[in-house]
Design a protein around this ligand. Structure first.
Ligand SMILES: NC(=O)c1ccc[n+]([C@@H]2O[C@H](COP(=O)([O-])OP(=O)(O)OC[C@H]3O[C@@H](n4cnc5c(N)ncnc54)[C@H](O)[C@@H]3O)[C@@H](O)[C@H]2O)c1
Length: 398
């Protein structure tokens, strides 16, 4: 039924365009013929009137034709005013954020993406640019933001170790000042806020698997502390806002890794490992159910399946049919030895658990990286994390 309606609407739109174009041609032809049979004075007056009419007509044609010709958006559900929400996604041009944007846009909501493009790319959301329900704002969450929204998914933060260790002070500011700004905004406009935290808040855990009540084992002065402690403070801020202002906030702890092979791990190091599909199908669904539910405490969303990094390396090697050698490098400082999310709370309260099988997820991940490599080979611009600007020989922290 939906398909039929869409088809009829699409045909109608094409017919409309054709009719408007024909009308324009016919009008110009008629005017040209009538002009030939008038006196010079009449012709002058007529020309002025004709010009005004033409400008109006052409304007109307532009209004009718141009937007519909250039609109090639993915299909979007229609939602009534009452059901349609105004949703802000900070970090919406990143990996998780862009898939969340797709889901919420296709569900028919109004989505505003706020991103400073540190690790995200415009390319991830460009297919929505120009859509009436979509807005992209180039903005750093460390600065206050004043907009009206109903829900806030606060995802802005570099997520992979090289990116968050690149400028530790900026990472701290993003997770602390940035979160404070978003909490302030949520309080001001009465929006529900979801914070994407991280399994790094558990550090190198001493209990296994980790449930949401575990306090963690984090080194506060190590190279990863800017991220781990930044997220821990962000959680504390949410907790404080919630308890002292009775505010509607949900914390969500992601437990995912997006790098296909961790080169810096000891071969027997065990990490739960999630794949691309787990993120954009399972994870995004988990985020949306959390936001629309009534939980206001941390919830682990992750894959409890455990494998050694060596097993992953071998599996990926066989899937890409590669003859590369697996190298063992010294492990990174404070890298957790073993981590596995306890997802019973998500299962019980949300009915959520990852459903994409490992090999299927890995194959999708491989396809994704193949497309990325092709994109790079075609010489297209790929933004890299920007170097911190230098001030008198020292990096400047934005
Ligand atoms: N992907 C994972 O495996 C994973 C695991 C645990 C937690 N998380 C959390 O989920 C969120 C999203 O992760 P991701 O994998 O999509 O990372 P990502 O790096 O792809 O996306 C993060 C986005 O935030 C933006 N950003 C960074 N600093 C910003 C700032 N100051 N102002 C505005 N925008 C800023 C980046 O440009 C990027 O678009 C992060 O908060 C991350 O900590 C992700």
């Amino acid at each position: 039924m939906m398909r039929m309606t869409w088809l009829i609407t699409a045909i109608n739109r094409r017919m409309m365009k054709l009719l408007v174009a024909l009308a324009l041609i016919a009008y110009i032809a008629c005017d040209f013929l009538s002009l030939k049979n008038r006196s010079i004075q009449e012709q002058g007056e007529l020309r002025i009137e004709q010009k005004i009419d033409e400008v109006c007509l052409v304007n109307w044609c532009f209004v009718l034709l141009i937007p519909s010709m250039s609109q090639k958006y993915p299909p979007v559900k229609f939602l009534s005013e009452r059901d349609r929400k105004r949703i802000l996604i900070t970090g919406g041009a990143g990996f998780v954020g862009s898939h969340l944007t797709d889901k919420l846009m296709m569900d028919g909501h109004e989505v505003t993406v706020v991103d400073n493009f540190f690790t995200g790319r415009k390319r991830n959301v460009e297919h929505w640019i120009g859509h009436e329900n979509f807005e992209l704002i180039n903005h750093d969450v460390v600065e206050p933001l004043y907009i009206e929204v109903d829900q806030i998914y606060h995802l802005a933060s570099p997520a992979s170790p090289p990116n968050y260790m690149y400028n530790p002070i900026k990472t701290l500011k993003t997770n602390t000042i940035g979160t404070l700004n978003m909490l302030g905004l949520a309080k001001r406009v009465g929006a529900r806020l979801l914070l994407a935290s991280t399994s790094e808040v558990y550090g190198d855990p001493e209990v296994h698997p980790q449930n949401e009540d575990y306090w963690g084992h984090v080194n506060p002065i190590g190279p990863r502390a800017c991220y781990d402690e930044g997220k821990r403070v962000a959680e504390t801020m949410c907790y404080a806002y919630m308890n002292h202002t009775r505010y509607d906030i949900v914390l969500q702890i992601l437990q995912e890794y997006s790098e296909p092979i961790c080169k810096y791990c000891k071969h027997n190091q065990i990490l739960h490992f999630s794949c691309f599909t787990i993120k954009y199908v399972d994870l995004v669904n988990g985020l949306v159910s959390l936001m629309n539910g009534n939980i206001s405490s941390p919830v682990n969303l992750g894959n409890p399946e455990e494998h050694t990094i060596l097993e992953f390396a071998q599996l990926i090697k066989s899937l890409v049919v590669s003859r590369s050698q697996i190298q063992f490098l010294p492990e990174a400082q404070d890298d957790p030895q073993r981590r596995r999310p306890d997802i019973r709370k998500a299962k019980m309260l949300l009915g959520w658990e990852p459903v994409v099988p490992l090999e299927e997820g890995l194959n999708k991940t491989i396809q994704y990286f193949r497309r990325e490599l092709e994109f790079q080979a075609n010489n297209q611009y790929i933004p890299k994390p920007k170097a911190a600007r230098m001030k008198k020989g020292r990096p400047r922290h934005n």
